[in-house]
Write a protein that binds this ligand. Structure first.
Ligand code: GDP
Length: 194
């Protein structure tokens, strides 16, 4: 995928703040620190357009990034940040559900899961909720560079069992090495053409 332009468009916590632009949109979901911002940066060949690192849970807004003037990546606030108060978590959940259910531009979701660990309850809850709502979802296993090549298949297989998906479903990815980038673009282009 050739990237000709990429820009930060907006941050939002409610629908009135979403960008008005009508182009296909793909949302990134996952635990805090799973590598959502890094995924976006890798996909668009930028070092730090999307903010990375720092405190988990830093991103409390939906952040919209326009790519090639023709599609949007939306970085969705990460879940699984234990230190956040329950009431605050409810607000997040409402904001995220509202976005995922009502955003007309949304073509699908990329759910990121750390390849080193089994999906958490929150990962599973999110994945099965997306299926239930019939929102197309791709699974991307991040940080593949952090385990040895010989262990990748075993981790993929354990994660697939938990999510009840075939071995071919998830994409193995690394923002560090660029592994999986082209395959991820192919899958995303297919998603947004539907
Ligand atoms: P987010 O909270 O989901 O947006 O996660 P970030 O993209 O900010 O990443 C969290 C931390 O993990 C940062 O220190 C990143 O540099 C690191 N990270 C993200 N993806 C990868 C990866 O594929 N490989 C390695 N080694 N580190 C990664």
């Amino acid at each position: 995928m050739k990237i000709t332009s990429s820009e930060y468009l907006a941050s939002a916590v409610k629908p009135e703040q979403y960008p008005e632009l009508v182009v296909p949109e793909v949302a990134l979901v996952g635990r805090s620190n799973v590598g959502k911002s890094s995924f976006i940066n890798t996909m668009i060949n930028r070092k730090n357009l999307a903010r990375t690192g720092g405190k988990p849970g830093k991103t409390q807004t939906l952040n919209f990034y326009l790519v090639n003037n023709s599609m949007i990546f939306t970085d969705v606030p990460g879940y699984g940040f234990a230190k956040v108060a329950k009431s605050h978590r409810q607000t997040w959940r409402k904001m995220i559900e509202e976005y995922l259910l009502k955003r007309a531009n949304l073509k699908g979701v990329v759910q990121l899961i750390d390849i080193r660990h089994l999906p958490t309850n929150e990962d599973k809850e999110m994945f099965f909720w997306l299926l239930e709502k019939q929102i197309p979802v791709m699974v991307v296993l991040t940080k593949a560079d952090k385990i040895s090549k010989g262990k990748v298949q075993k981790h993929v297989s354990d994660i697939c069992k938990q999510l009840n998906i075939p071995l071919s479903y998830p994409l193995v990815f690394s923002s560090e090495t660029g592994l999986g980038r082209e395959e991820a673009w192919e899958a995303i282009l297919e998603l947004i053409q539907q």
